[in-house]
Design a protein around this ligand. Structure first.
Ligand code: URA
Length: 237
């Protein structure tokens, strides 16, 4: 048996804040296993309780997972006194869940960013040990070559001595290329390409594992992840 306060249960599983959930309970709109519960400090068994609000059964959801198409010019942080953060872009209905970004994208990098309140999940995605590959579309000042691909595949050593794990590089048309890495060192993709004499002009993360942004996604769009999406993050190890 796993006991949890009813207001927390409702808040975790719905768009209501804890305060709003307490208001719903007090006004008698919530039943637990068929009985109206009005005590705001009531605890329920998360394994077995059937919680109904205004005749509609609620589902309990301990953790929450979203993807954002991070726009350029926004910092990946939970708070910043001067600059707009990715959390500032969340609609108010998602603000009470204490979501945080999984890893970081630079201010000048756009694309796929995961947000969650599940620390274990975030750790699994970020840790290089788990081989979760992140793919970036880069535009560089000069086209990448076969030698560049071999250098990335062997594992680069950056100018300051930082060792990078072997990574994948694929040349596209013109000066565009795909870079796929399984770690997230500071400015890693920009620094790897710069060390090959190919400074980055623009950078966008396209995918994490096999999870990609929808092709028609627009900057700042936020989408809840399905169970299938969550599995895709850990595919392609
Ligand atoms: N590598 C970079 O250089 N920047 C990012 O934001 C992500 C990876």
């Amino acid at each position: 048996m796993s006991l949890l306060r009813l207001d927390k249960w409702i808040s975790d599983g719905s768009g209501y804040s804890r305060k709003e959930a307490r208001g719903l309970i007090k006004s008698g709109r919530v039943t637990v296993n068929g009985t109206a519960v009005t005590a705001i400090d009531a605890k329920i068994d998360t394994d077995s309780a059937r919680v109904v609000l205004d005749g509609q059964e609620l589902c309990y959801q301990r953790f929450h997972y979203y993807m954002m198409d991070k726009p350029l010019g926004v910092v990946t942080a939970t708070e910043d006194r001067r600059q707009q953060t990715v959390l500032d872009l969340l609609p108010s209905s998602l603000r009470h869940w204490k979501l945080f970004p999984v890893g970081r994208l630079d201010k000048d990098t756009g694309g796929l960013l995961l947000l969650t309140d599940d620390g274990d999940f975030a750790h699994r995605v970020i840790s290089p040990k788990n081989d979760v590959w992140k793919c970036y579309l880069a535009e560089t000042q000069a086209p990448v070559t076969g030698e560049d691909m071999a250098a990335l595949a062997a594992g680069l050593t950056l100018g300051d001595g930082t060792l990078c794990l072997p990574a994948r590089l694929e040349a596209l048309d013109g000066c565009r290329c795909l870079v796929t890495v399984r770690e997230g060192k500071y400015h890693q993709v920009r620094r790897m390409l710069a060390s090959l004499g190919k400074p980055v002009i623009s950078l966008r993360r396209l995918s994490i594992g096999r999870l990609s942004l929808p092709p028609d996604s627009v900057p700042a769009e936020i989408t809840e992840l399905t169970d299938e999406d969550l599995c895709r993050v850990f595919m392609d190890k």
